[in-house]
Ligand binder design. Sequence first.
Ligand code: HEC
Ligand code: HEC
Length: 247
Amino acid sequence: MLKCLLFRRPRRQDLLAYSVSIVSIVLISVSASATELESRIARGGRLYDNWITVLKSDAPKDNHPAWPAANTNKTGAVTWRCKSCHGWDYKGRDGAYATGSYKTGIAGITNFSNAELGRVVAIMGDKTHGLGEKLKEQDLQDLALFVSKGQIDLDGMIERANKKPKGDVAKGEIYYNTICAGCHAKDGTMPTDMPESLGKLANDNPWEATHKIFNGQPAEAMPAMRALDGHITADLLAYVATLQKTK
Ligand code: HEC
Ligand code: HEC
C-alpha cells in the first residue's frame, strides 16, 4: 500500500486536493493572526500603565482635569496615567488606592469588565477623560480590549489585608530562573537602571508587580505572561516576593 502511494504518478484529483489544502492552511493562518487578541490586550495593559511612555508622547505638564485638587501628592504627567486614577488592582477607591498618595475617590473600572468595546472607547473620549485626541484609534481599541477582556481579579492571587501572594513559591522559582533571570538576574536586582529590586516592588506593591508581569513593562523588551495560565504569574509573584528587597 505504502509502495503504491509512493510510486504511482500523482493524479489530477490528488494535485487538486493538495493545492486546496495548502490554500486552506494559508487561510487558516491568516485568520488566526487577525483574531489573535492576547498581544493586543497586553499592549492595552501597558497603555493603561503608562500610555505616555508607550507612545513616546509629550508628557502633559498640567494635571489631568479630572485629578482632584485635594490630592496635591501627585502632579503633572503621572495624573494622566489610567492606573493613577483607577488603580493597579482596577478597583479605584475600593482597592489599594482607597488610602495613600494616590487617593482620589475615583471609581474603579471593574464594572466595565466584559463591556462592549465601543462603550469603553466612548468613555476615554468623553469630557471627563479628554483622551480622544491624544490616542489613536488602535490605541483606544487596545485599551478597550484590556478594560473589557484583560482585567484579572487579583484578589485570587494576593491577600488584600497583608499583601501576601497566594502562589506556589517553589514553582515560581523554576519559572523565574528560566524565564526572567536572564534579564533580571537570579536575585532580581537587574537591569541596573531599574529603580528598585523586584523583591521590593513585589512586597510594597504586589498589584503593580502582577500587572506588569501579566502585561509587560511599557516601552521595554519584557515579555507579557498573559498568554500563559494565570497560575504561572501567581507563582512568579510568590517567588519574586522572597527575593532581596535591596539593590
Ligand atoms: C485623572 C483621573 C482619570 C484618569 C487618568 C483616567 N480616568 Fe477613567 N474615570 C475617571 C473618572 C472621574 C471617572 C468617572 C467615575 C467616577 O467619577 O468615579 C472615570 C470612569 C472611567 C470608566 C467607567 C467606570 C464606571 O464604572 O463608570 C472607565 C472604563 C474608565 N474611566 C477608563 C479609563 C481608562 C482606560 C483610562 C486611561 C486611558 C482612564 N480611565 C484614565 C478619572 C480618570
Ligand atoms: C528581555 C528582558 C526581560 C525579561 C525576560 C523579563 N523582564 Fe521584567 N523588565 C525588563 C526591563 C528592561 C524592565 C524595566 C526596568 C526599568 O524600569 O529600568 C522590566 C521591569 C519589570 C518589572 C517592573 C519593575 C519596576 O520597578 O517597575 C517587573 C515586576 C518585572 N520586570 C518582572 C519580570 C518577571 C517576573 C519576568 C519573568 C516572567 C520578567 N520581568 C522578564 C526586562 C525583562
